[in-house]
Design a protein around this ligand. Structure first.
Ligand code: NAD
Ligand code: UD1
Length: 309
């Protein structure tokens, strides 16, 4: 029913704020729990009476329990999304990226809330499956604290499913892009960095030869899926990849950007990032079997919308 209150943790962030917009448009009341570490008030339509923002931390048990009260489902997106931040400070990021999930599981058990949609990551596969379409049974190789916390969160959600009747929908996002993605760190999403620099006329740096490929998903397509997963009565166990099974190289990406903008600033090549995955592409058969995933937004159209063209 499109009339229940939904908690969105991390709702002031890039993906979360698009989800909030979509849920409000569907007639849901929405409560956001966000510590505004990377999220912004400006990402949210705070004048909308169906939206409530709680500024607080998912790692705090009582804050989380209070935020959940009266909600029928949760989208758990709050996390330190920067892999590099988890490498630099594993203890602090573990609080947000794992303890927050565990607190949520406990609060859901206590309050009898069952549905949670969780933002996991293709990072759980590490370098495994590289160069092929990566399916969900690909051996896991969480190479960073970020990836380990995501995988552990998946396992705990599944434990609470078996033990306490939670019905989690676990999604492993591949490379998501779109408006409001923060370009400010060198480890931000490559599309946010390239578009920001191209618009500002600043030189663009490609790490390696630019022939590495990624499976880019436009944020609106992801959000349509998350809304569906929050609303459907049943969700099968097991994580689901969110990708298009399409490979786009950085060189192809730059060509498309250049065409949309009528030119590009200088593009230079630097050494490839150590440990960089060469080809990352999702086998998305499980996604297509379980959910009605609409015809995805073509990369060019997504870029055009991001550029406001
Ligand atoms: P984001 O940084 O814009 O969003 C994360 C939000 O969580 C922010 O608003 C931040 O302020 C909030 N937050 C962080 N720690 C918190 C805490 N302890 N308590 C409360 N709020 C907290 O990043 P995003 O790209 O929108 O990522 C959303 C989710 O999707 C994250 O869980 C991320 O790990 C996951 N993910 C994203 C991608 C991608 O391509 N963007 C890929 C895989 C997984
Ligand atoms: C992404 C995720 C990461 C996750 C990994 C799992 C993002 C932002 N990162 O990393 O959390 O662990 O998937 O597979 O979603 N690049 C440049 N120039 C730049 C920036 C990047 O050439 O200025 C290159 C990178 O070296 C890489 C590619 O662009 O080859 C994509 O980089 P990035 O957007 O950081 O994403 P992933 O490396 O796929």
């Amino acid at each position: 029913a499109a009339d229940s209150r939904i908690l969105v943790t991390g709702g002031a962030g890039f993906i979360g704020s698009h989800l909030v917009d979509a849920l409000l448009a569907r007639g849901h009341a929405v409560r956001v729990l966000d510590n505004l570490s990377t999220g912004k008030r400006a990402n949210l339509p705070l004048g909308n009476p169906a939206l409530e923002l709680i500024e607080g931390d998912v790692a705090d048990v009582s804050t989380l329990a209070a935020a959940l009260r009266g909600c029928t489902a949760v989208a758990h997106l709050a996390a330190v999304a920067s892999v590099q931040a988890s490498v630099d400070d594993p203890v602090a990021t573990h609080q947000s990226n794992f303890i927050g999930t565990l607190n949520l599981c406990e609060a859901m058990r206590e309050q009898g809330v069952q549905r949670v949609v969780f933002a996991s990551s293709a990072a759980v596969y590490g370098q495994n499956g590289e160069g092929t379409a990566i399916d969900e049974d690909t051996p896991k190789a969480p190479l960073t604290p970020y990836a380990a916390d995501k995988l552990a969160s998946e396992y705990y959600l599944d434990f609470y499913r078996r033990q306490h009747g939670l019905t989690p929908a676990i999604f492993r996002f591949f490379n998501i892009f779109g408006p409001r993605q923060d370009p400010s760190s060198p480890y931000s999403g490559v599309i946010s960095i390239f578009t920001e620099r191209a618009l500002a006329g600043l030189p663009i740096s490609v790490f390696g030869d630019g022939e590495q490929t990624r499976d880019f998903v436009y944020v609106a397509d992801l959000v349509a899926l998350l809304v569906q997963a929050l609303e459907v009565p049943q969700v099968e166990a097991g994580a689901v990849n969110v990708g298009l099974n399409r490979a786009t190289s950085l060189n192809q990406l730059l060509t498309a950007l250049g065409e949309l903008l009528g030119g590009l600033p200088p593009v230079s090549h630097a050494a490839a990032r150590p440990g960089d995955i060469r080809h990352s592409r999702a086998d998305n058969r499980r996604l297509l079997a379980r959910f009605a995933f609409p015809e995805p937004t073509p990369l060019r159209d997504g870029l055009a919308r991001l550029l406001g063209r």
